[in-house]
Ligand binder design. Structure first.
Ligand code: SF4
Length: 199
C-alpha cells in the first residue's frame, strides 16, 4: 500500500480520533457495579421450571455461602422452549428460595412450613407434626376405601372400584411423582384420577 504524506496524516488523525473516542466511552461494567453493588459474589445456574411438564428453562442467580441462597430466578433467553418467557406460575418460582433457614431474611413469610389442621366445626388452625398428620390421612384413606369399594358391577363382573375417593394432581408434581401417585391411586381402586395440566 503506497501512502503519500497527505494520506498518512489523514489515517493517523482518524486513528487518533478513534482512540480518543474509545477511551472516552464509559466502562459499562464498572458503572453497573457502582449502581447495583452486589453484597457478595454472584453465580448463575441454568435450571428447569419445577411447576409443569412444559419444562421452561430458567436462570438462577445465587449468592451466599456455597451459592445456596437464590436472589433471582428469570426465564432463560437461550432455552428453546420458552426463549426467556415464564408464565405467572413460573415467575412465582422465586418464592421457593424464601423458606426460613435457606436465606437469612425470608421474603415470603406467609409460606406454610409445618402441617396445619383445623378440626371439623373449629375456626382455628393448629400445628401438628408430620407423624400425626400422616397417621390421620392413612386412617381416613383406609376407612373411605373400605366403606366405598364396589367389588362387582350389576352384572356380577369384578370391578374393585373405589367410588369414595378421587385424586387430583397439581402442576408442581414431576413425572416420577405423577407415576407414583397414579400407581397408588389405581391400587386403592380410584377411578376419578386427574391432573390440572390435562384440564
Ligand atoms: S409452569 Fe409456566 S413457566 Fe413453568 S414450565 Fe409450565 S409453562 Fe413454563
Amino acid at each position: 500500500m503506497n501512502l503519500n504524506r497527505r494520506d498518512f496524516l489523514k489515517l493517523s488523525g482518524a486513528g487518533l480520533a478513534g482512540a480518543v473516542a474509545l477511551s472516552a466511552m464509559p466502562d459499562t461494567q464498572a458503572l453497573a457495579a457502582k449502581k447495583f453493588p452486589l453484597p457478595q459474589r454472584a453465580s448463575e445456574t441454568q435450571t428447569i421450571c419445577c411447576y409443569c411438564s412444559v419444562g421452561c428453562g430458567a436462570i438462577v442467580t445465587a449468592w451466599g455461602e456455597n451459592g445456596k441462597a437464590g436472589i433471582k430466578i428469570e426465564g432463560d433467553p437461550d432455552h428453546p422452549i420458552n426463549e426467556g418467557s415464564l408464565c405467572p406460575k413460573g415467575q412465582a418460582m422465586y418464592q421457593i428460595h424464601s423458606v426460613e433457614g435457606i436465606v437469612d431474611k425470608p421474603i415470603n413469610d406467609q409460606r406454610v412450613t409445618k402441617p396445619l389442621y383445623r378440626a371439623p366445626g373449629e375456626s382455628e388452625w393448629v400445628e401438628k407434626t408430620w407423624d400425626e398428620i400422616l397417621d390421620m390421612i392413612a386412617r381416613r384413606v383406609k376407612d373411605t376405601r373400605d366403606a366405598r369399594l364396589v367389588t362387582t358391577d350389576t352384572d356380577g363382573r369384578v370391578v374393585n372400584r373405589n367410588e369414595g375417593m378421587g385424586s387430583f394432581g397439581g402442576g408442581e408434581l414431576d413425572n416420577e411423582e405423577c407415576y407414583l401417585l397414579a400407581k397408588m391411586s389405581r391400587a386403592l381402586g380410584v377411578v376419578y384420577l386427574e391432573h390440572c395440566a390435562r384440564l
